[in-house]
Every structure is written in structure tokens, then in C-alpha cells.
Ligand binder design. Structure first.
Ligand code: HPA
Length: 246
């Protein structure tokens, strides 16, 4: 399989030492966040794109999602895995857990969110009823179940604007809307991937309880520091199971 991983906070640990760094690519929409990192895993070819740049310096609302997805599309991958750190709203979405969302709600605004530019040809309204419903998500669910890494193989991802975290009332509203986890980068990435017909799915890594949800009101940044390594270790297990041993 030719797999592209678009990774956020902490996901660089998935890239083995000695991976090759590609050339900085240009797209009609500008530069992607970083050059692709490239390695082989058995017979599989893997590429990693650091969503926030290699120095983690691009905030969620300033990521050039169009350039990223365009550059990913140019690699002609079989599948694209978005790894997104999230806060847990559903009680089962505790820090360190993985959740494979099957739905999303977009609360972001002001982001370049479409390749449709009104450039004279008829507008296409892409189907997005089930935003992650390609064959790749099925493979991910099977790998999670085989490896018994998580029970959270469905759920709704709420995409907020950031970069600030939410208020407790905002999280209450997201919960009433049906969101199980909250993150800042799921959209417009998923919508753009659909516009280019990529087989795209998300593995959400819960790194904190969402605002107002921690039993003892612990500091969110302390929770993130404590749980990110456990979450990424589970993503590594997921990839090993998905791709087979190295
Ligand atoms: N809210 C929004 N985005 C996030 C969070 C959160 O609590 N944690 C990690 N990304």
C-alpha cells in the first residue's frame, strides 16, 4: 500500500529515524506545511506530512489545508490517514484512547475550505453524507479490532476553530450536538480530501478531557503531556497491525 499520514501534535514519533526527506513541493495553492518524510514498511510505502510544520509552528487556523491535500493527491496514494489530537467529550474517550470517527460536524470558519474556485466550470457539490466511508476506514476498524487497541470504532468529531481551547459551555453544546471528541484540524482537511476523492480516514488520539469534563479539573496541558506518548504508542500498534510486521 502507498499510505500518506498527515500527522499533528506528537505524531512525528511515528517516523522512523533515517527516513528520507522529500523536496519542498509547490502547489497551485502555495506550499504544504512541510516536505514529505518517506520510508518503507515491509512492502508498503509510507509518507508523512507534518500538518503543523516540522517545528510545530503553524496553528490550526493557518494550516494551508488546500496545499497539503493537493500535494498528498499528487503522490497518488492508496489511502490517507489523518492523525488528529482531540479532547474527549464522551466519557469513554479518555486521554490515551484512540477513536475512529465516522461522522463530523464543522464549526470552523474563515478557512480556505474548497478547491471549487468559481472558475467558469459548473460547481460540483461533493457527496459528504459519510465523511470517512471509504475502504480504508474499514481496514482501520479491522486493525483496531484485531489488535484490541480500542472499542471506539465510531463517533462524531467536532472541528473547532482554535487555537484557543473551548469553554465548558461550548463543550456542553458540542455534546448536545452529538460530538464525542473535539479537535481543531479535522476540517477542512476531510472535505478537501473528499473533493479530490482520496480514500481518507481519521484516527483521533484523545490527549485530554475536553473543557469542563475532567473529574478534578486538571490542567489540560498537563493532561496532554501525560497522555500523548500512550496515545501515539497505540497508533504505532495500529499501524503495525494494519501493515504487518516490519
Ligand atoms: N479541544 C480542541 N482541540 C483539541 C483539544 C481540545 O480539548 N485537545 C487536542 N486538540
Amino acid at each position: 500500500m502507498r499510505l500518506v499520514i498527515i500527522g499533528g501534535t506528537g505524531a512525528l514519533v511515528l517516523v522512523p529515524a533515517g527516513s528520507r526527506t522529500g523536496d519542498s513541493s509547490q502547489t497551485p495553492y502555495g506550499s504544504p506545511s512541510a516536505p514529505f518524510l518517506h520510508w518503507r514498511h515491509g512492502e508498503h510505502e509510507l509518507y508523512f506530512l507534518a500538518r503543523h510544520g516540522l517545528e510545530a509552528s503553524i496553528p490550526p487556523h493557518r494550516v494551508n489545508y488546500r496545499a497539503n491535500i493537493w500535494a498528498v493527491h499528487e503522490l497518488a496514494p492508496d489511502a490517507v490517514l489523518g492523525i488528529n489530537a482531540v479532547g474527549g467529550i464522551h466519557p469513554a474517550a479518555a486521554p490515551g484512547e484512540l477513536l475512529l470517527p465516522d461522522q463530523l460536524i464543522d464549526y470552523t470558519w474563515g478557512r480556505e475550505h474548497s478547491f471549487e474556485a468559481g472558475s467558469g466550470r459548473p460547481v460540483r457539490h461533493v457527496e459528504f453524507t459519510r465523511p470517512f466511508d471509504g475502504p480504508f476506514r474499514t481496514q482501520l476498524v479491522q486493525a483496531v479490532e484485531r489488535a484490541d487497541i480500542s472499542r471506539l470504532c465510531a463517533g462524531c468529531y467536532g472541528a473547532t476553530q482554535g487555537p484557543r481551547l473551548e469553554t465548558a459551555a461550548e463543550i456542553d453544546r458540542l455534546e448536545r450536538d452529538g460530538c464525542d471528541v473535539v479537535g481543531m484540524t479535522g476540517m477542512p482537511e476531510a472535505g478537501l480530501a473528499r473533493e479530490l476523492q482520496l480514500d481518507y480516514a481519521v484516527c483521533a488520539v484523545v490527549v485530554n478531557y475536553a473543557a469542563g469534563r475532567h473529574p478534578e479539573n486538571a490542567d489540560i496541558h498537563a493532561q496532554i503531556e501525560q497522555s500523548i506518548a500512550a496515545g501515539m504508542a497505540r497508533v504505532e500498534q495500529l499501524l503495525d497491525n494494519l501493515l504487518g510486521g516490519r
